[in-house]
Design a binder for this molecule. Structure first.
Ligand code: BTN
Length: 264
């Protein structure tokens, strides 16, 4: 993949990209490089793509299978200046990814906080790693992995039946740089809306794309805690509302949720 070509693709869509774009054949993790760039003072919207990663990271310390053929991208986003919108950044990341993938014929759904699913299988993942200064987060590295041409279940037995790819869903693997360009534009525009204070409208757009599991039994792992209950929805701060067995409603700011099977 070539960063120069990514810049041209963006320009052909009317975007003169405001920051550095870099491409690599292989990296441990695009997130690590982007974090280094951020510490060195990189401009917001700097981005890094790689053909493959040797130590790709998922959320909660999991590995992210990163064979050649898929897209691995990290982009530096500023933290929204209004603190109340900051918790929405991960959700807006997932929303922007799902919207960008629609350009390639895929209708993806969102599972709180930001899993991008198609037919119940994972198509893309988004991570948000923030750096905190005295006054709150200073910058956020959004890391996006999109299964473009390879279903990771074919390289990682643990993912069999749980992942899919654009190729599997549509019969064609689009140009990964075209996917990267669509993602960057969507992330940039949705983030600008958040900065402009449109968090409520963004949450409505997120809810409209969320997978239909409201009212279902789920387990949420948040920090060291695993909570079971009924998923009620997402509140105006982007937190998951979970009704516990004792009738209380728990507000969960961050974590990982999965639907429970009937026998669990
Ligand atoms: C998840 O667990 O769903 C988040 C996955 C995020 C993976 C991407 S791939 C590009 C970037 N580099 C990484 O090491 N992780 C993110």
């Amino acid at each position: 993949m070539s960063a120069a070509r990514l810049r041209e693709l963006l320009l052909s869509r009317g975007r003169e990209w405001p920051a550095a774009l870099e491409s690599f054949e292989v990296l441990d993790s695009t997130n690590d490089v982007m974090r280094e760039r951020a510490k060195d003072g990189a401009a917001p919207w700097s981005a890094v793509v790689a053909d493959r990663q040797s130590a790709g990271r998922g959320r909660r310390g999991r590995a992210w299978a990163s064979p050649p053929g898929n897209l691995y991208l990290s982009v530096l986003a500023g933290a929204p200046s209004q603190p109340r919108w900051r918790p929405l950044v991960p959700l807006v990341g997932g929303l922007a990814v799902a919207e960008a993938l629609a350009e390639f014929g895929v209708e993806a759904g969102l599972k709180w906080p930001n899993d991008v699913l198609a037919g119940g299988r994972k198509l893309a993942g988004v991570s948000a790693e923030a750096s905190f200064g005295g006054g709150g987060p200073e910058w956020i590295v959004l890391g996006v992995g999109v299964n473009v041409g390879v279903n990771p279940g074919t390289v990682d037995p643990g993912l069999v039946g749980r992942a899919t790819s654009i190729l599997e869903l549509t019969g064609a693997a689009p140009d990964r740089l075209a996917v990267a360009a669509a993602l960057l534009i969507r992330l940039h525009d949705r983030h600008a809306e958040l900065e402009a204070g449109a968090g409520g409208a963004l949450l409505d757009a997120w809810r409209a794309r969320s997978v239909a599991w409201w009212g279902r039994a789920v387990e949420v792992v948040s920090g060291e805690q695993a909570l079971r209950g009924v998923a009620l929805g997402v509140d105006d701060g982007g937190a998951l509302l979970l009704r516990l067995a004792d009738g209380r409603t728990e507000t969960i700011l961050a974590g990982e949720a999965r639907e429970l099977r009937l026998d669990e």
